[in-house]
Every structure is written in structure tokens, then in C-alpha cells.
Design a protein around this ligand. Structure first.
Ligand SMILES: Cc1cc2nc3c(=O)[nH]c(=O)nc-3n(C[C@H](O)[C@H](O)[C@H](O)COP(=O)(O)O)c2cc1C
Length: 179
């Protein structure tokens, strides 16, 4: 299966990308073909809300979203990777999601498989409540098949992440993805 991993942290070698790398290792060992798109190092501008696309047309903005749209629509699974920022997605990921607006109809018709990988500093039992809820609502609206969530609490730095046990869990999560 073609899996697209969308990373979104300003830290190229940070906690969320460490978990993503472990997931990718497991998924590739399982035989999946993985492509990484780094939204934090791309030129993607926020949705203008102009409505010219009619949610199923061409976006008036010409930036790296053109490449990402092609990648998304040619993949069977998409993995959203983010640090937890004030209980939600990073801005880099959120503005990327907002730009799905121009191909919402085509995207929701695909019934794509998706997963979420998050790294957060805190370990309270409510640390991931809101991002998980937001992600699940997005899955319902977009007809995504949620394959699971890797919610890395206590993953505030690379050292913390390595000690947390979530790297191993992310690897096993990747390895568990079927066709
Ligand atoms: C702007 C900002 C907001 C953050 N908000 C939260 C938060 O709400 N809860 C939390 O546990 N950690 C929060 N953190 C900590 C990061 O989620 C944490 O350090 C994470 O490991 C960063 O992942 P990265 O290395 O992939 O960027 C925040 C960090 C920043 C810079």
C-alpha cells in the first residue's frame, strides 16, 4: 500500500518525527511504500476562504499544495504527524489540512485510511483529549478509515521520547498496518 506521512514539526529531528520514523520503519518492513512530505519545510499558505474552488476545483493559490494534493490523491493511507501545540495540531499541519478544502469532495470519496501520530510534553490523562477528538471528527467528516492513533505523552524532547516506550509502540503500529 502507498502510505503518505505528513510531518509538521519545526524540529526536523524532534520528538514527533522520531515517532514517525519508527512507524515508517515498521511499515516498510511490512512491505508498504512510504513517502514523507514535510509540511514544516514546504511553502503552503493558509486557505483564503475565497470559495473559488467550490470545494472541488482548482485552488487560486499556486504553492507546494499542488504537489501534496497529488501525493494525497495517489496514496491509500495518510499519516498525520504533529507535535501537540496548545492541545491541537501544529499550525503547519492545520493550515495544510485547511487547504484540503479545494479537493474535499475528491478526498472524501476516496475513503482513505489514516492515522495520527502526536508528541506532547505532558502526561495528564486529558493531554490528548482535544486533538484526538478533533482528529476523529475530521475522520468522520472526510470518510477516513481511522487505522489508529499514536498519542505520545511524555514525549517532550528526543531524550524523553526515547525513554517513553512510544518509539517501540510506533514501530509496532507501523508493522501492524495491513493492506
Ligand atoms: C507552541 C508550543 C505549544 C505547545 N503546547 C503543548 C501542549 O499543549 N501540551 C503539551 O503537552 N506540550 C506542548 N508543547 C510541547 C511539545 O508538544 C513537545 O515538546 C513536543 O515534543 C514537540 O515535538 P517536536 O520535537 O516534534 O516538535 C508545546 C510546544 C510549543 C512550542
Amino acid at each position: 500500500m502507498r502510505i503518505l506521512v505528513i510531518e509538521s514539526s519545526p524540529h526536523r529531528n524532534g520528538s514527533s518525527n522520531l515517532l514517525a520514523s519508527a512507524f515508517i520503519k515498521g511499515a516498510e518492513e511490512k512491505g508498504h511504500q512510504v513517502t514523507v512530505f514535510d509540511a514544516a519545510r514546504s511553502s503552503i499558505h493558509p486557505c483564503l476562504g475565497c470559495g473559488k474552488c467550490g470545494m472541488d476545483g482548482e485552488c487560486v493559490q499556486k504553492d507546494d499544495m499542488e504537489e501534496l494534493e497529488r501525493l494525497i490523491l495517489s496514496s491509500q493511507m495518510m499519516v498525520l504527524v504533529t507535535p501537540l501545540y496548545y492541545f491541537g495540531f501544529s499550525s503547519q499541519l492545520k493550515l495544510t489540512i485547511d487547504r484540503w478544502y479545494s479537493f474535499t469532495s475528491r478526498l472524501s470519496a476516496r475513503r482513505m485510511k489514516t492515522a495520527l501520530i502526536v508528541a506532547a510534553w505532558d502526561s495528564n490523562d486529558w493531554t490528548m483529549t482535544d486533538i484526538e477528538h478533533h482528529y476523529r471528527t475530521l475522520c468522520s467528516y472526510m470518510n477516513f478509515q481511522n487505522m489508529g492513533e499514536m498519542l505520545g505523552t511524555g514525549c517532550g524532547s528526543v531524550t524523553m521520547t526515547r525513554a517513553s516506550g512510544f518509539e517501540r509502540k510506533a514501530y509496532e503500529f507501523g508493522k501492524s498496518i495491513g493492506d
